[in-house]
Design a protein around this ligand. Structure first.
Ligand SMILES: [Zn+2]
Length: 238
């Protein structure tokens, strides 16, 4: 089954890490999708980083898929309707990064449109949307379909929001935020990659991975493993 490789959290905030991930992928013949965050944590607006944007445009021109990845990539600290499940989702599962997990519909729509506008102003045209922390609240899929998006994904599935199709897909990524989870996710990835026999797979690299030699080595192995059958776009997994 094909494997889609993507670089998460592509932002001027992580410029050196993004370059390291690109180098690692290019050395193995992969042109990964770039998951671009318009204004990471409200402190790295794309518009303030023209050289980085030029780099992204050149990468897009050389065949790298561009996907919109949230707007701020951060869930609000105070959630006015904060139910226990939301608290769990945002604080525990994603460490507060699950921006689209529980936004009111109008706010989700506004951020999707703002994100698309920022990317367009940068000369980038996204072919899909990936919610931060792979977490989409109710209604987000419909909003994407209404906007003509043909690709999105969460932990378990890849979707074509416009035609409302979805397909199960295994995702391979490392948790670099906590040492305990780091080792368990490395072990998980070593085993889960065998699911590729039955399911299309996604390899997701994060800037934080580049801070650990173990994860750099594992990432190199995973991209090498994927390189026999690389999906050119996320939508190709459908
Ligand atoms: Zn992310």
């Amino acid at each position: 089954m094909p494997v889609h490789v993507s670089l998460h959290d592509v932002s001027p905030a992580f410029e050196p890490e993004v370059e390291r991930m690109l180098e690692l992928c290019h050395a193995r013949g992969s042109r990964p999708a770039l998951l671009v965050v318009p204004d990471y944590h409200g402190r790295a607006p794309l518009g303030d980083a023209p050289a980085f944007v030029d780099r992204l445009r050149a990468l897009a021109a050389s065949g790298h898929e561009i996907l919109l990845h949230g707007f701020f990539h951060r869930a609000e600290a105070s959630d006015p309707s904060g139910a226990a499940t939301r608290f769990f989702r945002q604080r525990v599962v994603s460490a507060g990064e699950a921006e689209f997990a529980s936004l009111p519909a109008e706010e989700a729509a506004r951020r999707l449109d703002d994100g698309a506008r920022v990317l367009a102003e940068c000369g980038l045209s996204p072919s899909g949307f990936v919610p931060p922390a792979w977490s989409m609240g109710p209604g987000v899929l419909e909003l994407l379909g209404e906007r003509g998006y043909r690709y999105t994904e969460d932990h378990l599935f890849v979707y074509d929001p416009a035609s409302r199709r979805r397909r199960p897909s295994v995702v391979l990524n490392f948790a670099s935020r906590s040492p305990g989870r780091l080792f368990s996710t490395v072990a998980y990835c070593r085993v889960a990659k065998y699911a590729r026999v039955a399911l299309p797979a996604r390899v997701a690299l994060h800037p934080g991975d580049m801070r650990f030699k173990l994860l750099v080595d594992e990432a190199r192995d995973l991209v090498g493993w994927a390189s026999g059958d690389l999906a050119p776009t996320g939508a190709a997994l459908l």
